[in-house]
Design a protein around this ligand. Sequence first.
Ligand SMILES: Cc1ncc(COP(=O)(O)O)c(C=O)c1O
Length: 742
Amino acid sequence: MAPIVDVKAAPLPFADVQPSPESEASSPAPLISEAEWQAKKQKLEKKIQKYRWGVGRGDEAAIIASMRDLAQGHADAAVQAHWNNRADLFARWPEFGKAWKNIAQGIWILITADARVVNGITPTATPALSLSSSMTCSSEDIVLHEDHMETDNSDGLALPPCAPTSSDVFTTVHTEFGHCSNPDYRYVSQHTPGTPVLAHVEQDPPYYILLSTYISYLILICLGHIRDFLGKRFHPSSYKHLMPSDGYAPLNSDFDSFYTRRLKTRMDECFSQPVTGVAGRTIQLLNRISPDYNHNQILTDERTRALNISSYNYLGFAQAQGGCADAVEAAIREHGISSCGTRLEGGTSDLHILAEALVARFVGMEDALISSMGFATNSAYIPALVGKGCLVISDEFNHASIRFGVRLSGAHVRMFKHNSMSSLERVLRDVISQGQPKTHRPWKKILVIVEGLFSMEGTLVDLPRLVQLKKRYKFALWVDEAHSIGALGPRGRGVTDYFGIPSGSIDLLMGTFTKSFGAAGGYIAGSKVLIDRLRVRGHSGPYAEAMTPPVLTQVIASMASIMGVSPAGCTNSNGSSSTINQVEPHDHAFRAPASALPSWLHLPSSLADGSEGLSRLRRLAFNSRYLHQGLNKLGFITYGHPASPIVPLLLFNPGKMNMFHWMMKDRKTPIIVVVVAYPATPLVTSRVRFCVSAAHTKEDIDTVLRACDEVGDVLDLKHGLRKSDRWTMDEISSRALELINM
Ligand SMILES: Cc1ncc(COP(=O)(O)O)c(C=O)c1O
């Protein structure tokens, strides 16, 4: 195998002086007419851009000739040198290819190096978009306060576009939590009373897109089977793990591993991207390359900072700096790292009790329990509630943790069509009238489980109709608010808050702390008697390690920041603290009393008075709506509710997933996205799933929209609105406020 070289440091035959675009603009006139030269240049740049994206491979000679032609057509020596350098670089591509014995790698070196010339970076300089391997993570993360004006901002991610004024409290690092002081870029996440809940409508792409998607899979499957057939006969050593040997069954079933080996591996570049540092507004990618078509991925020791539109950091509390991080540090000094025990066996501390009381108050229920893992909150507590003789009615798109819990419980399961209340009602009528199979006895319990906000579709549960059905058919209702808690509603209390429905209408509200709270673990809230029963019957209580003090503190600090804290000793008629009420809608009943927080925990005033929390809720609501509406106006097919911070954009074709991921990452301002495909989605509806955060600024969303606009044109992804109804990117950006109020 060819030695691994630092691709970004590959020696390049450039002159030392690279003309900047400005110097080109002010250079002497070209020998041909200015307009003609510019037109030629534009055409060539487009060709090079396409080449970067994989179109026109093998056409290097023509590109080189055009570059030389462009150089000769200009009178300025600097411009000539610039284009001659780029031509020299393209001429060297077979050399790179040979060195790597892999054309893809050669092309990658070429592309990266060419990008450096275009950006005007000399070969000796640190590449603008990647971080030198000698740089430590912490120094890179902290250096980015706005007062460090020397910070390299060539990727546009390190510094805010407008310097904050002295009245702006800028306590966060811009790369972790973007600075956005414009009060216009805020929105309130709230359902308009009396309007119907938006149904989940799946917009179909043109037939040729569906056809080409099916054909792509068909080709991949046929080729995969042919390769397996021949490989097993002519190269059996590579297939040992798939064939019985020495009396032992195969380690992997051939059918199970087919998808992974023959389909997923081909596009593994877009999955499981390793990262480091804080998963905030930006994130550092650990660059990797594969010398053998993704069978192995090798880290290059380089990092790229990218705009992070893929983490569940909805309210931006995933921070290494700021009030919550300071509180966590204090917690470690006060309580250490671990409880070293299970909740029912010596692991329960005062922090657990405080956190559970705070969660119950936050979601508006009588009591709550917390568990150290969100997945296990569903999978360990559903079996504590239902069992043999019970029936669970589950939305067809419910999360794996719910399915797993239901399977463990031994209860019967029926599914209904995603978010379709008429489908649920049909199932209810059927199961109630028929009773248990064979005996036709009434069910011991009927439990309906739904998610508040569905993580793959971005759809919001039709809670008003669901609550009506509950009243009519008297079933128990479990709502998983993993993605909606903290992210929806004027006070961030989730779907009940969004629809203005009292929490008491639901029996059990489940949620996780991994998303909006930047922590870990999950909770279940309900009536005291029910929660007490779950505490002793759920497997987490006696068997799982209790949540650790730093994580508990992050939960308490972030939740209290959303609620606002009432000063000690002030209680209103509800028994909750009050006196000041500056921050509407944080009225007293919804605030956290000071006594609900550990005595050593001190939040900065902007967090304690709830103003920062409120601003985050409104920024998230603005960003979510803006991205949603913007993508629709650009002509893309998206799924989900406009209030949802999860915005899925449909890609359909499996080949486009890899390309989309790569093209977004390969920009001047790199953007990291998550693409999802079968089996997480139906076969033909592969998608990119944007996760918006309060940490993003309006400019960040513009950056994402602009990138989608350009990439969408190249990959033919705009199958939503008709061309005549679309808006241009400039229109979207300048009419953002009009757009979000549509
Ligand atoms: C709906 C739903 N429930 C539960 C979970 C599990 O939560 P966690 O990731 O905190 O374990 C997830 C995870 O994303 C989820 O989407």
